[in-house]
Design a protein around this ligand. Sequence first.
Ligand code: EPZ
Length: 428
Amino acid sequence: MDAMRIKGGVRLQGEVCVSGAKNACLPMFAATLLTDQKCVIKNVPDLSDVRFMAEIVASLGAKVSNPKPNVWEIEAKNISSRAPYDLVRKMRASICLLGPLSARMKRAEVSMPGGCVIGARPIDLHIKGLKALNCAIETEGGYLKVDARRMKGANIFLGGRFGSTVTGTANILMASVLASGTTIIENAACEPEIADLCKMLAKMGAIIDGIGSPTLEITGVPKLGGAEHTVLPDRIEAGTWIIATLATRGKVLIKGAVKKDLGALIDILESAGANIQIKSKSDIFVDGEGLKLKPVEAVTMPHPGFPTDLQAQLTTLMTQVSGISIITERIYPERFMHVSELGRMGADIVREGPSAIIRGKTPLSGAPIMASDLRASAALLIAALCAKGETFIQRIYHLDRGYESIDKKLALLGAKVERISDSDLPSF
Ligand code: EPZ
């Protein structure tokens, strides 16, 4: 297991390029199972989750290659409909194999995903959608078994008590593209990653109206072909860089930061007094020098609201702002694993139900801390960049799941970071 040593007190300066969106390419890899033709996916970030999804798709029988950096070719000529438990259980996103396998093979067996540290990860809406498409579903031995031989289009309301579901929308969308008749998905997820998936499916021959809106209308077709698609930039990585630049009072040009995908974050930060300059539709310059930010109140919501995947990072930033900020988590009410670790560095944060009450500004001091999940580790990294002294973050593999070459990108911005093995950690 890797750890990371970070020497704090450095302002990030320079230019950083955002990689392709993890949460777009994972369902896109699953979408290649919908055809026996070759698909080429470009701008794929080099992440452990991506390599893992490639391994799962290959284990189903697809021919998978990575001919050059950030390019993957997948040809699913002859595939199995059963996704193996020992692979699927390790990554929740593999649940989005259900839809394409049901559509292509008319049956699917995918092991049920476990929960995770950010909270329960139910799939009742995925099941509701597949049943609405006239699939028969049973659970046996920890596997979800789908009989899709009589699948046909339907009108489906896919909203739940937390609003829309991202991978749920991806699953039902990918099931319906080959279903006979028309499917209407209401309260579909509007995340840019879903819109990008729709664009790839359309290149494969799918007929989808309402792309990017909460109502998707899919007209089933008998067969899909291969396609070449370039993944959109990762708005969560971009948002993480915006926050890290402000937290370190640095000056960074973030290339690939798409303003229209970051509206809620930019609105919150501008209300706090941040200087965020939109240089083009996909370049944002952040000048944090000498800034005195004001506290904020933010609530996470489905897109286009403030994304839950940036909640932990914003919480860290607000520890460096004088005054009381309140950040409320409406998507995963338990998503506060970062709070206790930030407290160990000197932050003053109190949990109040689904809210974190942050009393800033508190000086942070370096400490040995533990990463727990992908976005919490990004929040801890930002804290370490702001802290006085050295911070050692253990279980840094969480970060590698979602941030491509993060230490190299940080070093190019002047950060003092070093990846070390656990055995080289000092005794604390
Ligand atoms: C996707 O997860 C992302 N992962 C998550 O990013 C992200 O946090 C989440 O969407 C919300 O934006 C991928 O795209 C691979 P949901 P997903 O289904 O699809 C509830 C990261 O850090 N729900 O949109 O699993 C659910 O419990 C990861 O990159 C049901 O109740 O999330 C949650 O409260 C973490 N029933 C809310 O809806 C269901 O059937 C949103 O979940 C499905 C979900």
